[in-house]
Each structure stands twice: as C-alpha cells, then as structure tokens.
Write a protein that binds this ligand. Sequence first.
Ligand SMILES: Cc1cc2nc3c(=O)[nH]c(=O)nc-3n(C[C@H](O)[C@H](O)[C@H](O)COP(=O)(O)OP(=O)(O)OC[C@H]3O[C@@H](n4cnc5c(N)ncnc54)[C@H](O)[C@@H]3O)c2cc1C
Length: 408
Amino acid sequence: MPGKADVVIVGAGIAALALAVELQNKGISTILLERQKGPEGIPRGLTFQPNGLAVLEKLGALGRAKEVGSASQILEVKSWEGEVLLEADYGLLEHPQNYLLTANATEIERLLVYLAEKVGAQVLWGASFQEVLQNGGRADGVIYEAEAGRDEIRAPLVVGADGPQSHIRTNLGAKVKTKKYPDSFLVGLVGPVPGLEGRARQYQSPGKMLGIMPSGPDATYLFHCVGPRSFDRVKKEGLASFREEVVQAAPEMADAFTGVEAWTKMAYFTPSFIQVEKWVGNGIALLGDAAHTFHPHAGQGVNLALEDAVALAGVIEKCKVARDFSQTPLLEYQKERKMRADVIGKHANYTVTYALSDNWLIKRLNKRALHKLNKDKKLQKKALEITAGIFEKKPGLVTLAKIGGILP
Ligand SMILES: Cc1cc2nc3c(=O)[nH]c(=O)nc-3n(C[C@H](O)[C@H](O)[C@H](O)COP(=O)(O)OP(=O)(O)OC[C@H]3O[C@@H](n4cnc5c(N)ncnc54)[C@H](O)[C@@H]3O)c2cc1C
C-alpha cells in the first residue's frame, strides 16, 4: 500500500481523474481514493461543451470520446406541441470544438482511469475517506477505510473531488449556499432515435422538459422532468406510462424503449445549485462539484470541472516548486476559476427557471427570448458562448437582459 504522495485526491470522478493525468504529466505523484469498487454506475449520458472538449483533447481523450459518443452541432428547442422555438447553431462559435458531444458517462470515466493509470496515478477503489490529517494547522494527508481496514496517506495537498456532498468541503469549513430545485428528473440511456443525428433536442412547456441527445452509435440520452413526483410514485405509475409521457412530446421516441424493461436503467435525481464561498485552505483545494454544483440544464458541470482540473494542476506545480501548499498560493486557482463558475451557475439557474416556470410573465419572457435568439444570430452567438463556457469576460447586465428577453 502506498502511504505517501505529492497530492491525494478524494474521489475518482471525471474531475479527479483529469487532475491526476495533468499532475502525473508534470511529474507530481498522485493517489486517488474512491469509495466505489470501480468506474461503474447507472448508465447515463453526459454532454461535453466546447470548453470541456478542449480539455479532453489536451488529455489525449478526445479521439476515443468521439468514437464512443455522438457529436451534435444543432441544439434544438421545441414546444410540447412540436413547434421549433430555437435552433441554436454551435457552428457560429469561433472555437475548434464548435459542437456538443454526448457520451455514456461510465465510458468516459473508464477512459480517464486508463489514461491516469497509464501515466502512473494510483486509484484505490473501495476506499472511503474518513478524516483529514493535520500537521501544524494545515492538512497533511487523509485517513481512509477500505476492506483491509483503516490506513492513511500522507500528502502536502488534499484535493476534495468528492462531489456535491463533499466531506472535504465540510472539513475546510467553507460557507455553502444551497438551493434545491422543486422538480426532479429521470435520466437514462435508451435505444437510437431515427433522424436525431447531429442534433440535441429539447422539448419544453411550463412544468415540463424533455431532453434527447444521440449518445454513441446505438443509444440516446434521455433527460425527463418528472416534476415534484417521487421515484416511488413514478415507478408505481409504471414504465409503460413513463414511455407514453415521453412519446407524447416526442413521437420519434416510440421505438427507443425497446429493451428498456427495468427501472435499473434509469436514475432519478433532484438537482441543486450549490455555491461555495471558499475553494482553498492550507493544504486543501476543492475541485468540480465539490466547489460548485449547478442545474444540469446548462450541461456545464463536468466541463467546468475539467477546466478547473487543468487550472489547479498549474497552480499545484508552482506550489511544489515553492514547497508551499498553503492557502495563499492556492488562492490563484480560486481567483482564476470562481468567476466562471458563478456566471455559469447563475445562467443555468435562470435558463431552467425560464424553461419550467408557470408564471405568466416568465412564460412570456421565455417565449420572447427564444424567438429573439432564433432570429438574431449575433445574440445567439453571445448566449452560446456562455452555454459553451467559452466567454472571455463576465457578460454585462445589458447583454444578459437582452439574452433573457427583458431588453429588446
Ligand atoms: C443526472 C445528471 C446529468 C448531468 N448531465 C451533465 C451534462 O450533460 N453535462 C455536464 O457538464 N454536466 C452534467 N452533470 C453534472 C456532472 O455530472 C458533474 O458536474 C460532474 O460529474 C462532476 O464531476 P466530479 O468529478 O466533480 O464529481 P462526481 O462525478 O460526483 O465524483 C465524485 C466522486 O467522489 C466519490 N466520493 C464521494 N465521497 C467519497 C468519500 N467519502 N470517499 C471516497 N470517494 C468519495 C464518489 O463516489 C464519486 O465517484 C449532470 C449531473 C447529473 C446528476
């Protein structure tokens, strides 16, 4: 068992694995602790935006990701009745990866595990974080619990990449603002849908939302809002009734449920918006969902997490050279990344509120905003730059008000 490394990362999700690849490539030894037994989970799709795709390319993962996923250049928004409200064209973006890529999340995790281990990172599967070790007022490693019992890893930097309910964040004592959304979602991978090639489609109507995205050669990622219903209630209503609900909005999904006989192919979740005031401390840094969790409607969580990983690796390299992993040098990472997370978190919050609200004023604004974005390609490009995570400076209030249909 290894007992020492330059960096110990709690969690081996996509953000953690990307960081491990970057660190090992810089000659910084890395151990990851993951409470799960391996990179397995309920099959679900994950959409990568241009900013995340650029990082996958840097990690040497883009080619394979494209093989297992599906690229879409058009993001189409339709009403429940089938009227096209917006055709957003990623081709308008001046970016080498001007498209969306949706893939099975587990396949991407497996790919990154392979790349991280290839460059020498060690992943301890089935290892649950227990405690942060302290030395002179700063973190100095962690204690974890595995099948073989309790053990410890000493490292001058502990990275919390342990997701939205991060224990490392609690340990850091960071102030957290959490908003739980009232509507829950069912997600899963179903069969192929004819005519969806090159398109990500979303149906929306007040209180309703259905996303369908091609995800690899034979699969479609389904993202369906079930409102305030519990998973038990949806299950009681039955798979046939769920299918009917989906097909009512999207008749093209009629044959996609062949082979989906059990709820085990679907995951239920209620999104949250988590804003974290402080991302770093003495010998500690937070990464990915541990530092920011958004509504997945924006499709940015994993993309920002990948960018965070690259930024954090650069700062860690400087800390290693200076032999200083205290809060002061680590703050450079927070300064570089937090503004982008704040902009995208708020954008996700507003777009999902617009899409689902039953309030007459918001409904009108949403319709106006979609209509305007559809017609005005310059404005569409500005809005897409935010969604794609490639905006250069913080968008001003006037731009946001125009995108939101508030200003003409
Ligand atoms: C249904 C759904 C759909 C989504 N769709 C998209 C999308 O299309 N595009 C997008 O950009 N984002 C999407 N997101 C968000 C995206 O999945 C997350 O932002 C991203 O996965 C965050 O990665 P992470 O590595 O920070 O955290 P996670 O993937 O949550 O990884 C954290 C890891 O830490 C481990 N862990 C936790 N506690 C411990 C512990 N005590 N000890 C050891 N290990 C521990 C967990 O087992 C887990 O493996 C979606 C999220 C959901 C829920």
